[in-house]
Design a protein around this ligand. Structure first.
Ligand code: HSE
Length: 342
């Protein structure tokens, strides 16, 4: 059996989702995949750090956070633990990077990933900043150090949009990608269709944990644009600076626009799209009015979806969660199993 020791950077929603999955499903992973995931170290900017070379109990990590808001009940607790120091000193095989998203610079996450790769660790992240902005740098470094990077959770959380495109559909000739890549805005639009006011719907999306720390990233389309840029690089091989995604958010849509579409049998959706036209990749994020027969029209709430238009299969649509603790925590499991099953 393979023992896979994990050091986790960031113990917010996704880190806790990963811990919950390990509490509930570890024995199945051992039985079905012959692997045992062991969390040896965790560090979080607000909750502090903990380390145990024999493994921190994931249930105890969750209970400590629930009771104290920190990791203070864990072995070798330290109120703060420098990430670089953790990467260098914690006994681990893979680093799971779950710190906050920064779409301007990708930092500090890019620095953490760089450090981990230089230390010869596989890295897995659901953080959009470093992958949208610095993927080529990170993959070149990973190749140099003989390690792998898992990024499934950066687009549509654990719903395997990236893996489906890269591993399964690439040979069918992907010509166009259209998707609902932001759960917050889809939730807001769905609620507004049912008559809710914009701000009320946004507050609900925030309370449910879908929105970014600054929801401007969601409602102005930056988050979806980052996901479009990630897909451009990973599925079309084209690095795409975020400012080259033609981007419009949902803030200019009025209740009247939404009701007018509804009476015409249509819905507004924030659609991220990529299309190769005459060898040039066109990329956009913008609200579109879709007829109800469109495969993305009935995707409601925080659910995400992607439609791949391919030469050999025509359209293939994947629908699933795009955010959330367990859904994103599961993306980390998918990547780790993929790295360790080679
Ligand atoms: N804020 C994002 C969303 C989270 O609403 O989809 C997942 O990337």
């Amino acid at each position: 059996m393979q023992h896979i020791r994990l050091a986790i950077i960031g113990f917010g929603n996704v880190g806790q989702g990963l811990a919950s999955i390990l509490v509930d499903h570890s024995s199945r992973y051992t039985q079905d995949f012959d692997v045992r995931f062991i969390i040896t170290a965790v560090t979080d900017a607000l909750k502090g750090g903990a380390m145990d070379p024999n493994g921190l109990d994931p249930a105890a990590l969750l209970s400590s956070v629930e009771k104290t808001g920190t990791l203070s009940e864990m072995p070798n607790f330290r109120p703060s633990w420098d990430v670089a120091e953790m990467i260098h000193s914690a006994p681990c095989d893979a680093v799971v990077e779950l710190s906050f998203t920064n779409l301007q610079t990708g930092e500090p996450a890019t620095g953490y990933l760089t450090e981990a790769i230089r230390c010869g660790k596989h890295v897995v992240t659901s953080n959009k900043g470093p992958i949208a902005l610095h993927y080529d740098h990170l993959t070149a470094l990973a190749a140099e150090h003989g390690v792998q990077i898992g990024v499934e959770g950066t687009v549509m959380s654990g719903t395997p949009a990236i893996r489906l495109g890269r591993k399964i559909l690439a040979a069918a000739g992907i010509q166009r990608i259209q998707g609902i890549f932001n759960g917050t805005t889809n939730y807001i639009l769905t609620k507004m269709e049912a008559g809710a006011a914009y701000l009320e719907a946004l507050r609900e999306a925030q309370a449910l944990g879908y929105a970014e720390a600054d929801p401007t990233g969601d409602v102005e389309g930056f988050d979806a644009a980052a996901k479009v840029a990630i897909l451009a690089r990973l599925l079309f091989g084209t690095p795409l600076p975020l400012n080259q995604v033609n981007r419009t958010g949902i803030t200019a849509l009025t209740p009247a626009d939404i009701q007018e579409a509804a009476s015409a049998g249509q819905v507004w959706k924030l659609i991220g799209a990529l299309e190769m036209i005459d060898g040039k990749l066109s990329a956009s994020v913008r609200p579109q009015r879709l007829p109800l027969a469109h495969p993305l029209a009935r995707v409601s709430g925080a659910t995400n979806a992607v439609t791949y238009t391919t030469q050999l299969l025509d359209e293939v649509t994947l629908i699933g969660p795009g955010a959330g603790r367990l859904a994103t925590g599961y993306a980390i499991i998918e990547d780790l199993l993929s790295i360790y099953s080679r």
